[in-house]
Design a protein around this ligand. Sequence first.
Ligand code: GDP
Length: 198
Amino acid sequence: MSQFPDAHFLTSANHVSQLVADEGAEIAFAGRSNAGKSSAINTLVNRRQFARTSKTPGRTQLINFFALAPTKRLVDLPGYGFARVAPKVQQHWQSLMEAYFSDRRSLAGVFLIVDIRRGIGDFDEQMISFAEALQIPVHALLTKSDKLKRGAAATALLQARKVLAGRGTAQLFSSLQRSGVEEAVDQLIDMLNPDAAA
Ligand code: GDP
């Protein structure tokens, strides 16, 4: 069963002028291309093809907005870290991210999607810095945890927590095995409701 039965795609933005009205609360999903972000979103919303829009050619470099519930949104940020991306595309990504993170009152938290085998990288660090500047929480999903044996996964989790060093939380996650889903959904709901009593 989905915690977000009414979830649906809202719109895509290629420029700050196209962002959804800055009201309510939203959580941004950021991650290196191929980290498993779309799969994680589909798993959390419990709909097989939910983040399909974000994979549509021409939309991969856009900010894609989804409604999870009235006034609650999930924001799929464009993936980063392509090895050979044109400088123009890279610059556009950089300026779009800076514009989005510079002034977004409804942004209540960041889900950082990290391939467990790669760990937290430079672009991820940039996302963490954006979140720190806005004083919003970061939660890292170490995806594809099924690819590592239990001990290695535990080590990777410790390492990620060390790198985060109090700047965020982290957990193991696998879309393939549907593991870590409840913990992640709870975290997502908590971030979307920052004023709710703990
Ligand atoms: P995105 O580019 O970050 O949106 O990544 P995708 O969700 O498209 O996933 C990239 C690749 O990793 C695809 O081939 C997925 O099937 C695979 N993948 C995603 N999540 C998992 C997972 O939890 N376990 C495994 N083994 N593969 C995964």
